[in-house]
Unconditional design. Sequence first.
Length: 114
Amino acid sequence: MRHLLQQRKRWMKGATRLPWQLGVLFSSYGFFYTVLGWPGLLPLPLIGALYAAKVGCQTLFLAITLRQAGHRENLGVLLLYDVYLLFMSLAVLAYTWWPSPIQWKERRYRWAEG
């Protein structure tokens, strides 16, 4: 888990140097959950429908992609992916903001620490 978080921290710090168009694209992921979770912004049935549509499209995409790669996974595991994704997103954000140096290949990068 530690190595995965270190890798994602490197990616997150590197993402700050991406063109603004890609930053907007990647930020839309967080915006989706912000809109769904904002109290009173949307009615509960609509929130449920949007979330169900997101999970449905995501599950279909995962099933098709895995099948093309020659793998199959049962529906329960595919549906749990969203829980894993939420947990990992929160963990990566917390680890990225944690004031620790970025290390890669036994080197320490100061440019990425700020």
